[in-house]
Write a protein that binds this ligand. Structure first.
Ligand code: NAD
Ligand code: UFG
Length: 336
């Protein structure tokens, strides 16, 4: 299949490009490089042994997207491109709605013009808001507590309308839980600019000695050790989930929401312990106050993905930590 990956040079996009290419798909990457670097192109080419066509462009450039879909005879699109920092979305809501919602409208216009009607969308477990029960299944009510989450929710609703308007559309909204880890080569991974927002890259930088200690956001949650619990999923499992989603869309039409998670939650302190084991380094930490907007526990019911995609996450927490550490060390040696 010929597949366009918007946001393809980003963290999840680059790992998905590797998996799809190794399965024999023709992949084209499209990205404005606002949160990634074209150095990634060389790394993924090194992993799979062939170059990837790359178009530098914004998803809000409908004409460029339309030309890209046409010139590469695309069959499907995986839409990763977007902004993703919750805190920043509160400060800059217009940027978030412009990149995420307007960007998706532009993509849909280009797809409609070219009659490309298969779409996999990067949604998030954030659309479940404050969990009313656990594990979270796809029928859990949706809500949003910040502009980032709201942008994902609006896009999901928009895509539902598109699918009901024309039964030729095939749309999968993948609700990711907490993607972590890196490709086993250590060549690609998550390398955020500045202070990491997320737990795993922060732990990795503390283990590497780049930061002195981890602040643990709250030790008074009603969990086993008082710290927040999340469903961490290896980015390579997630990438394989996208390949399974594409396959599923060849056999069905309509709009579908599917969780991509493991079904198992780990606390912040369990993550620290696992990383210390994988890296043989100490990760000093200090308890601090809760972060606004955080929930105590969030983990998936991954049953639907198993049934519809015949996919299940298979990599362990140790794999997640070991691959993150390998990538962190390659970054220190001057990698991207
Ligand atoms: P990322 O920032 O590494 O990748 C996103 C890519 O999109 C970047 O390369 C960026 O340059 C590009 N981009 C942003 N705006 C663009 C625009 N207007 N036009 C073209 N390119 C643009 O993020 P990621 O972690 O790979 O996330 C990919 C998707 O998955 C995002 O939509 C994100 O919201 C979603 N998601 C991520 C997580 C997570 O924890 N990483 C969790 C749930 C959902
Ligand atoms: N945490 C710390 N210290 C840190 C960073 C995080 O203790 O320095 C804790 C948090 O309080 C939370 C856990 O580690 O308990 C995980 O936090 P992350 O920021 O890594 O992940 P979140 O679950 O808060 O959010 C992530 C993405 C969201 C996405 C959500 C669900 O950042 O965009 O997963 O997919 F919506």
């Amino acid at each position: 299949m010929n597949v366009l990956l918007t946001g393809g040079t980003g963290y999840i996009g680059s790992h998905t490009a590797v998996v799809l290419s190794q399965l024999g798909h023709e992949v084209v990457l499209y990205d404005n490089l606002s949160n990634s670097s074209d150095a990634v192109l060389e790394k993924i080419a090194q992993i799979v042994g062939q170059d990837f066509p790359f178009v530098r462009g914004d998803v809000r450039d409908t004409e460029l997207l339309r030309n890209t879909l046409a010139s590469h005879s695309m069959d499907a699109v995986i839409h990763f491109a977007g902004l993703k920092a919750v805190g920043e979305s509160v400060a800059k809501p217009v940027d978030y709605y412009a990149n995420n919602v307007q960007g998706t409208i532009s993509l849909l216009q280009a797809m409609q013009a070219q009659q490309v009607k298969s779409l996999v969308f990067s949604s998030s477990a954030t659309v479940y808001g404050q969990p009313q029960y656990l594990p979270l299944d796809e029928n859990h009510p949706t809500s949003a507590t910040n502009p980032y989450g709201r942008s994902k929710l609006y896009i999901e609703e928009m895509l539902k309308d598109v699918a009901s308007s024309d039964h030729g559309w095939r749309i999968a909204c993948l609700r990711y839980f907490n993607p972590v880890g890196a490709h086993q080569s250590g060549l690609i991974g998550e390398n955020p600019n500045g202070l990491p927002n997320n737990l795993m890259p922060y732990i990795a930088q503390v283990a590497a000695g780049q930061r002195s200690e981890l602040g643990v956001f709250g030790d008074d949650y009603p969990t086993n050790d008082g710290t927040g619990v999340r469903d961490y999923i290896h980015v390579m499992d997630l990438a394989e989930g996208h390949a399974a989603a594409l396959d599923f869309l060849t056999k069905t039409t309509g709009w579908h929401a599917i969780n991509l998670g493991t079904g198992k939650g780990y606390s912040v302190l369990e993550m620290v312990g696992a990383f210390e084991r994988a890296s043989s380094r100490k990760v000093p930490y200090r308890m601090t106050s809760r972060r606004a907007g955080d929930v105590a526990e969030c983990y998936a019911n991954p049953k639907r993905a198993g049934e519809l995609f015949k996919w299940t996450a298979r990599r362990s927490l140790d794999d997640m930590c070991a691959s993150t550490w390998r990538f962190q060390q390659s970054v220190e040696l001057g990698g991207s």
